[in-house]
Ligand binder design. Structure first.
Ligand SMILES: Cc1cc2nc3c(=O)[nH]c(=O)nc-3n(C[C@H](O)[C@H](O)[C@H](O)COP(=O)(O)OP(=O)(O)OC[C@H]3O[C@@H](n4cnc5c(N)ncnc54)[C@H](O)[C@@H]3O)c2cc1C
Length: 399
């Protein structure tokens, strides 16, 4: 059995690791020209769902490397008010702080992706953009600019703009949340430490009473990533990283000077200058943190969400992660569910390879579990966005 995966994001790579472990022939096609051609985002909150999947899919030393290169524990979601010139913790409006996220860990996205790429040199093909597919007894993917590949199953793990989903489930809809995110990261300095309350600890915090609304969170490695890789997976050169504070400006699209068109084509240094300009009336500590940001790590995102879609008949094409159930980041669930999909599909395909289960039965079993979990997470994340996050972003939540 040969499995083709479109997209080398967190979900596609976790699946590829799991299938390789199961002795299944797998190839991943990624549109980025190289692993480092694009900033991968900064910090991701991984809870028991992502953790279980990584344990299922990764070889034991790589899973141990992930455990030892995580950042600090992150138990809850916090809200800080910048009103009155002091950043202080205020109660989360609506649900209890513990209900917004599952307890988990702050993880460096870059480090996690580098771990997921370990040992995959002959499996992941960069610079290959999937353009379309043809499905018959086998499935054939066509690449933009020519060339194709054939396999027994195609997995669309190509993110929120998935071309596989658009062709396979053309009625599946996306909705624009109307929120835009300019994200960056900065070194931890005495000035940033002085600006942030000591109660911030491991949590991610939304900041209200500030114009514009922001989000902020530390990533403090528990071990030196490079030294840990040298011990657990010799030869893997993790990008040298120091502890950092990630920040995000969260703003309604209609308040963004220049709009989406200008920001989505802006290169990162210009975007960083834009972020500095947008925060010129912000709390002084936040201005300092944004001002100290590494320009090359600034990025812009339009925040979209999937609309849960009705079931479909299983075939030799399936979907995983954001490609089918993208959601707002309000509950820290998107990566966790993408990884969980990879764990479920690995187990399903293992039973095809080793217990003779028919492929379409295995795909159907996977899709039932994946859509139940994924669309439930979409609804829960959208609820938190509507009940808590929108108010914080629009400044309609009292301080
Ligand atoms: C600001 C922000 C913060 C977030 N924070 C969290 C968090 O704390 N916890 C959490 O669980 N989730 C979080 N998420 C959600 C999480 O990032 C995503 O849900 C997760 O990355 C989805 O993984 P994926 O593998 O499905 O897709 P992606 O990570 O989007 O990967 C898709 C890959 O496919 C490639 N690709 C796209 N099109 C093609 C094509 N045609 N051909 C070949 N390759 C293609 C892309 O280049 C990419 O590498 C956050 C999201 C955002 C936007």
């Amino acid at each position: 059995m040969r499995v083709l995966i479109a997209g080398a994001g967190l979900g596609g790579l976790c699946l590829a690791q799991g299938l390789r472990q199961a002795g299944i022939d797998v190839a991943v096609f990624e549109q980025d020209s190289s692993p480092r051609s694009r900033a991968q985002g900064h910090r991701v909150h991984i809870d028991h769902r992502g953790d279980d999947a990584l344990r299922t899919c990764l070889p034991a030393p790589l899973y141990q490397l992930y455990l030892e290169t995580r950042g600090q524990r992150n138990e809850r979601f916090q809200v800080l008010s910048a009103a009155g010139g002091l950043l202080r913790e205020v109660p989360v409006p609506g649900p209890a702080a513990e209900a917004v996220i599952n307890p988990g860990w702050a993880v460096s996205r870059l480090t996690l992706r580098e771990i997921l790429l370990a040992g995959m040199d002959n499996i992941v093909h960069f610079g290959q953009t999937v353009h379309s597919f043809e499905s018959g007894a086998q499935v054939r993917v066509h690449f933009r600019g020519g060339g194709s590949a054939t396999g027994d199953l195609l997995v669309g793990a190509d993110g929120i703009g998935s071309v596989v989903r658009r062709q396979y489930l053309p009625d599946a809809e996306l909705r624009d949340t109307g929120i835009r995110w300019i994200g960056g990261k900065s070194p931890i300095t005495p000035e940033s430490d002085a600006a942030l309350p000591t109660t911030l600890g491991g949590s991610f915090a939304a900041i209200t009473g500030n114009d514009p609304a922001m989000g902020i969170g530390y990533l403090r490695f528990t071990n030196d990533p490079r030294a840990t890789a040298d011990r657990l997976w010799p030869g893997l050169r993790l990008t040298d990283q120091t502890d950092f504070v990630m920040w995000a400006i969260t703003i309604a699209a209609d308040r963004l000077p220049g709009g989406d068109a200008a920001l989505s084509t802006m290169e990162s240094a210009a975007l960083h200058r834009h972020a500095v300009e947008l925060t010129r009336h912000s709390h002084p500590g936040l201005r300092t943190i944004v001002g100290q940001g590494w320009p090359a790590h600034t990025f812009f995102l339009r925040m979209g969400t999937s609309v849960p879609t009705a079931g479909w008949r299983p075939s030799n094409v399936t979907l995983l992660g954001d490609a089918i159930h993208a959601m707002p980041p309000a509950k820290g669930s998107g990566a966790n569910t993408a990884l969980a999909d990879a764990g479920t599909l690995t187990r399903s395909l293992h039973s095809v390879r080793h217990q003779g289960k028919p492929l379409l039965t295995a795909v159907g079993d996977y899709e039932r579990e994946m859509t139940d979990r994924g669309f439930q997470a979409v609804r829960a994340s959208t609820d938190v966005l509507d009940s808590v996050a929108q108010g914080l972003i629009n400044g309609t939540v009292p301080d």
